[in-house]
Design a protein around this ligand. Structure first.
Ligand code: FAD
Length: 481
């Protein structure tokens, strides 16, 4: 049975919670009456089960999608194959269409669903709705995948056919009778936690397609042309803040890609814009790595690191998680994450380096914490980010490059505004001590109301000694492997 002859088509929404530039939705709308459905997959493996912050986001994103569909969206929970078959039977649908996902377990599941549906006479079709270039289409001349970002992006991607231009939002969507949104069904997914830790998050983010469009517009009018430098300053809103919207597919990378090129002439010749577009390229590269090396979420890309002697220290891990390490730049970052569900990219690199190198704690502990607390938690970007920080990844920062959180703070948070925002107990310290309060004379600490070890911790590690310990561990690794 061909999709084109179908009259009733199930559109299976997943990480593409938008109407504009949604290839699956547009194809379905052009060919018949649709039955839109979102299914919370109970069979997701443990390492892919949604973290708390992502669950909150998903709840609100589904509400927003349902509103855009005139409250005609089915919400289900359970095993997708069985649910799709049940819906196909209930609505006499003869095809199912979706946008592809690239996480290994989802690829496997979707392949199986396609086969079973086809065997039952239900047409199934998948399209690319979330990447500029799909991983299988970008290979080196010898047909093997790239491992280094710059040749992957500049030679592999930019010389290929330009990414799809965004598809307009469908003018009219015919939705089958009987499709209705049920608040009870959404509530039964239990995505909203019982304790209201998300109040600060709620004030700062607007999940859904409209929130994504606003963020993109703000970035273009206020920050795009100063991106190259401003993106490194955690106290400045110098980046697009699109990551959770991109993760849930409330905006496609194609929309961002062409919005930039539409708003400014010769974007690739402008350093700020070129760097921004290349960051979208890093997102593509992360998916590319996950596609070609599906184990990167839990296995060192560079197998040499399998021999690394990590420390186990639940106390240090907890101090890091909750921003109580006594190192202001680290604590500000970890508190930003915990309070807002977001952390600035530069600070992600600095706190990651501190965990893995100064504390010698396995990068997978950091990956898990980020997975649970980030609104933009994304298997591809998170795994690639952590392996990059740890030095165990493809095209990664070498292990011996250990970020010094004092110097990073003095360079990128010169006035200490970022630290003062998230560590208010330090806010009266003069800027020469804000990133290293332990060096402040006792009378200054006293005058500023800082009591180290009482209202702000003493550092849990000596930065110089722990740096040496990390380099020794690396040297040891070289001997073993
Ligand atoms: C240890 C670590 C973990 C990370 N975990 C995640 C994660 O779970 N989810 C996630 O989306 N990003 C992750 N990143 C990448 C990056 O920090 C965020 O994408 C970025 O901070 C999001 O802010 P923004 O949207 O304002 O980015 P912008 O600077 O405005 O960039 C635009 C978009 O490009 C993409 N992007 C930018 N930098 C990167 C990068 N280094 N790698 C991949 N994509 C990038 C994002 O989709 C982002 O929204 C991680 C980075 C590190 C170092």
């Amino acid at each position: 049975m061909s999709l084109m002859s179908s009259k009733k088509i199930i559109v299976w929404f997943r990480q593409d919670l938008r109407l504009t530039d949604n290839p699956a939705l547009s194809l379905a709308v052009d060919n018949g009456t649709i039955i839109p459905v979102f299914i919370l997959d109970d069979d997701a493996p443990e390492n892919a089960a949604l973290g708390g912050a992502s669950q909150w986001w998903l709840h609100h994103s589904l509400l927003s999608l349902s509103k855009s569909l005139n409250t005609k969206l089915l919400i289900r929970r359970g095993e997708p194959l069985a649910i799709l078959i049940e819906i196909a039977e209930a609505f006499s649908a003869d095809s199912v269409i979706w946008n592809r996902l690239y996480e290994p377990w989802q690829r496997e599941r979707d392949e199986n669903i396609k086969t079973v549906l086809k065997n039952r006479g239900i047409a199934a079709k998948s399209l690319n709705g979330s990447l500029l270039w799909e991983p299988m289409s970008v290979l080196k001349k010898d047909e093997t995948p790239y491992k280094v970002f710059t040749p992957y992006y500049r030679k592999g991607c930019l010389t290929r056919q330009a990414p799809r231009f965004p598809i307009a939002r469908p003018k009219e969507i015919q939705i089958a009778d009987g499709v209705n949104f049920s608040m009870d069904a959404l509530t039964s997914l239990q995505l909203i936690p019982k304790t209201e830790w998300y109040k600060d998050i709620e004030a700062q983010w607007q999940p859904g397609e409209e929130g994504a469009a606003n963020r993109l517009q703000r970035f273009i009018s206020e920050a795009a042309t100063s991106y190259q430098d401003a993106r490194n300053m955690p106290a400045v809103k110098g980046t697009s803040l699109l990551s959770p919207h991109l993760h849930f597919g409330e905006v496609s990378p194609n929309q961002a890609w062409y919005a930039i090129q539409g708003a400014f002439e010769n974007a690739f010749d402008n350093k700020d814009l070129d760097v921004y577009l290349s960051e979208l390229g890093w997102r593509e590269f992360s998916y590319y790595l996950l596609f070609h090396w599906p184990e990167i979420q839990h296995k060192n890309f560079n197998a040499k690191f399998d021999f690394f002697q990590w420390r186990s220290s639940p106390d240090d891990l907890k101090a890091w998680q909750f921003g109580n390490t006594g190192v202001p730049m680290i604590d500000a970052g970890m508190r930003e994450l915990y309070q807002t569900g977001y952390m600035h990219n530069r600070v992600r690199m600095v706190v990651g380096s501190f965990l893995v190198k100064n504390l010698l704690i396995d990068w997978r502990e950091g990956e898990r914490w980020f997975w649970d607390t980030l609104l933009d938690a994304d298997m591809a970007s998170n795994s690639a980010g952590w392996q990059w920080v740890a030095g165990s990844g493809a095209d990664a920062a070498p292990f011996f490059r250990i970020f010094n959180p004092i110097l990073q703070g003095e360079k990128f948070d010169k006035e200490g505004e970022y630290v003062k925002k998230y560590c208010p107990e330090l806010k009266r310290l003069p800027k020469q001590f804000i990133h290293k309060p332990w060096e402040a004379p006792p009378e200054i600490l006293k005058a500023c109301g800082v009591e180290l070890g009482k209202n702000y911790p003493n550092p849990i590690v000596d930065l110089k000694l722990s740096r040496k310990r990390a380099l020794d561990a690396l040297a040891q690794l070289k001997v073993i492997s």
